[in-house]
Design a protein around this ligand. Structure first.
Ligand SMILES: Nc1ncnc2c1ncn2[C@@H]1O[C@H](COP(=O)(O)OP(=O)(O)O)[C@@H](O)[C@H]1O
Ligand SMILES: [Mg+2]
Length: 294
C-alpha cells in the first residue's frame, strides 16, 4: 500500500472537532475555545475558535510558529488558565476538576529538578508528598506490569540512569536531567501528560535519542499525551496526529494523521511514508507562517 493510499486526512476538520463515540472519546475535547490577552492596552487573540479532540491513549503533537498559542492551549487543557469562551472537557470533568483530581502531569521545557534532592528523590518527590497513591506490587500479570510501568526506579533504569539514582541533578548533563524529568512525569499515576517543548534545550543528538526513550516508556503506559514541539521529524515520529497551528490569531491550521505503524523505530525516519507525512506538516507549517491556507 502506498503512503498516499493509507494517508487518510491532512486537514481532518471533522475528526479534529468531534471526538469518536464510546470510551475512547472520553479524552480531551476543546470546542470553539477562545482566549485573548491584553498587552500594552492592545488585545492579543491567543486562541480563536480552537476545536480539537484527543482520544484516551492518543499521542498528539502541536507544532506552529512562536506566539501561535501552543503554550496557552496546553495551559487551558491543564486547568492553569481559563478560556474566555468555548468549552473544554477532560473526560466528564472540567480542566479544573481534572487538575484537582491529579489527572495531569506536566513536562516543562527545562527540567526544574530540586537541586538538593537526589535523582531518586526527585522522581519520587510527588509520591512522597502524597500527591498520588503509588503502589509497588510483587509478582507478574497485568496488574503488576501496570505498576512496573510507573515504577520510578525501573523507569530510571530504562532510560539509562539506573546507576545515577543517588546523584544530584548538578552531576548530570542537560539531557540526563530532562530524562529524570520525563521519568518523574511517567512515574505519576496521571493519565494525561502535557509536554511543552520538553526537548527544546537539548542538542540534536541527545534530542534524537530522547524521542525513542520517550516512545519506549510511553509504549508501556499509553498515557494520553499532548506534546508541543518545533521539530517536524520529532512530531511525526512520536505522534498519532500532528496539529499545525497558525498565529494571529492562534488557530488550528491543519491536522495530519500519522499512519506509521507502532512501535516506531529509527529506520522509519528513512521511509517514504515518514517523508510523506513530514512533507505535509512542513507545507502546513510554511503556509501558517505565510498566513495562507495550506
Ligand atoms: N500572560 C500573558 N499575557 C499577555 N500575553 C500573553 C500571555 N501569555 C501569552 N500571551 C501572548 O499570547 C500569544 C500566544 O502565546 P503562547 O501561547 O505562549 O504561544 P507559543 O507557546 O505558541 O509560543 C503570544 O502573542 C503571547 O505573547
Ligand atoms: Mg510556548
Amino acid at each position: 500500500m502506498t503512503p498516499r493510499r493509507i494517508h487518510r486526512a491532512v486537514a481532518d476538520e471533522t475528526r479534529a472537532s468531534s471526538p469518536p463515540a464510546g470510551p475512547a472519546g472520553a479524552g480531551i475535547v476543546l470546542d470553539h475555545v477562545n482566549k485573548h490577552f491584553f498587552h500594552n492596552g492592545t488585545a492579543i487573540i491567543a486562541l480563536a475558535n480552537v476545536s480539537l479532540s484527543v482520544a484516551v491513549g492518543e499521542f498528539v503533537s502541536v507544532i506552529g510558529p512562536s506566539g501561535c498559542g501552543k503554550s496557552t492551549l496546553l495551559r487551558i487543557i491543564g486547568g492553569l488558565l481559563a478560556p474566555d469562551g468555548g468549552r473544554v472537557r477532560i473526560g466528564d470533568a472540567t480542566p479544573a476538576e481534572a487538575r484537582a483530581a491529579k489527572r495531569f502531569g506536566f513536562v516543562p521545557q527545562t527540567p526544574a529538578l530540586l537541586p538538593w534532592r537526589s535523582v531518586a528523590g526527585n522522581v519520587t518527590l510527588l509520591r512522597d508528598v502524597g500527591r498520588l497513591p503509588w503502589r509497588r506490587q510483587a509478582g507478574s500479570g497485568p496488574e503488576a506490569s501496570g505498576d512496573a510501568a510507573s515504577d520510578p526506579m525501573a523507569l530510571l533504569a530504562q532510560v539509562g540512569l539506573g546507576s545515577f539514582a543517588r546523584s544530584l541533578p548538578r552531576e548530570l548533563s542537560g539531557g540526563m536531567q530532562q530524562r529524570v524529568s520525563l521519568v518523574r512525569a511517567f512515574a505519576l499515576g496521571s493519565p494525561i501528560l502535557l509536554m511543552d517543548e520538553p526537548f527544546a534545550a537539548l542538542d540534536e543528538i541527545t534530542r534524537d535519542a530522547m524521542r525513542y526513550q520517550l516512545l519506549d516508556i510511553w509504549g508501556q503506559t499509553h498515557k494520553t499525551v499532548v506534546f508541543v514541539t518545533h521539530s517536524i521529524p520529532e512530531a511525526v515520529i512520536l505522534s498519532d496526529r500532528v496539529v499545525t497551528m497558525a498565529a494571529r490569531p492562534g488557530r488550528v491550521a491543519s491536522v495530519e494523521e500519522i499512519t506509521l505503524a507502532r512501535p516506531r523505530t529509527e529506520d522509519m525516519e528513512d521511509s517514504e511514508e515518514f517523508s510523506f507525512h513530514a512533507h505535509h506538516v512542513r507545507t502546513a507549517l510554511r503556509a501558517s507562517w505565510e498566513g495562507r491556507e495550506p
